[in-house]
Design a binder for this molecule. Sequence first.
Ligand SMILES: Cc1cc2nc3c(=O)[nH]c(=O)nc-3n(C[C@H](O)[C@H](O)[C@H](O)COP(=O)(O)O)c2cc1C
Length: 205
Amino acid sequence: MTHSVLASDLSPKEKYFYLIGGIGPRPIAFVSTISRDEIPNLAPFSFFNAFSSNPPVVIFSPARSSNPEKPFKDTYTNLVETKECVVQMVSYEMREQMKLCAQDLDADINEFDISGLTQIPSDIVKAPRVKESPFQMECKLLEMKQLGDQPGAGNLAICEVLKFHVDESVFKPGSQRIDPQAIDLIGRNGEHYYTRASGDAIFEI
Ligand SMILES: Cc1cc2nc3c(=O)[nH]c(=O)nc-3n(C[C@H](O)[C@H](O)[C@H](O)COP(=O)(O)O)c2cc1C
């Protein structure tokens, strides 16, 4: 039996749980930005992917929150104000520190301090990088596209990658192709479930 339902008959929560449970595992953009007051910010976003390789473009979505006092996440505000960010990928080793950065914290709190992750300068953008991430992309914001004005509405942060930083230890020997076993990324499934994209989870076709 198939359960079929019109999206318009679902509550916002039901739509959210169908999407995050049914579409997965999703890659996680671990996004660092810097505020106008130069306070760094770091947060994970799994409504994320790459959409163009030439030019290289990634999109992630810091959604509208249900808090009427603060409808926009710090990442959204910083990006709109500074037009820059670093998008880095999350390895299995970084999983607990990544989760610590998903707390709803005041804008004056630096998630690098909360998580213990190491803040290192970028080459082109002002936002710092996460040293522990094996794959980092310095980006400029091309466009922020709002998809609605209700809680849960996505805001597409369309970003062009200006510079890649890849930990050489994740390259296959003698090449610059990335070995999935070495980069050992995690993805997000529904609720509190995650996928570790290495070991037996990897196969070739
Ligand atoms: C793995 C993971 C994925 C997440 N993906 C999203 C997402 O795609 N969009 C979103 O708005 N929030 C997402 N969140 C929640 C944000 O990380 C959280 O609201 C965070 O506090 C936002 O931080 P900021 O206000 O510093 O930008 C996710 C959380 C986790 C743990």
